[in-house]
Design a binder for this molecule. Sequence first.
Ligand code: PGA
Length: 262
Amino acid sequence: MSARRPIVAGNWKMNGLRAAARVLAADVELASGGMPTVDLVICPPAVHITEVEEQVRAAAATEGRAPRVAIGGQNAWDKPTGAFTGEVSPQMLADVGCRYVILGHSERRTLCSETDAVVNAKVNAALAAGLTPIVCVGETLAERESGRTDDVVAGQVRGSLAGLGAAEIARLVIAYEPVWAIGTGRVATPAQAQAVHALIRGLLGSLAGADTAAGVRIQYGGSVKPDNAAELAAQPDIDGALVGGASLDAPGFLAIARAFAG
Ligand code: PGA
């Protein structure tokens, strides 16, 4: 574990109706005590964000304290406002209480054809709105098996962060999510994950300087569960997790967070 403050985020994806979202958000906030050393984030479907944010605040208020759980969007458009039917701007996310936004998730890269250039525009827009982008990168199984992991990930990092200065890179969270590990139950080994995290940090160093790179948090994502979180957390360049399926269960999500809390 490094000196960087770990960050564990739950990506709920397109799961949960209102009632379930309310309960899950309140449960996570209420169980978040005793973990002052880790940043917790939940990323609900956009239509639930307002309600989830209210639930988190209300749950914290029952204990007479401020919320520990921050809210994030799962995606945003690259403009603040305008004729973009069906889209949500980063300003809108910030306005309803989000502090984070996941950008470039592999599901969006694949299903919605988001290129590195698209992700780059969204990262810039999110930063301009005051949000912390969680920028996702990761190789497919075919790319790994043909020995192209490093090139693919490096290309995604360079493309997604193109044109950003050190001060902007310092504001990012990066999530390394091998596509073959997402939702498959097949987690990267700690050594596989650490190797790519170290590669990403080295690349950030060349883009923004070693000091900045040393402060950027790099999450691992892909079938993180309570029973594999500790060995991932023990790796020097793994600073947290982006959790999909396991984040839909409050005790499981909190168990993962505890593994990173040290
Ligand atoms: P998973 O998803 O934990 O269900 O594998 C991770 C993600 O897609 O962020």
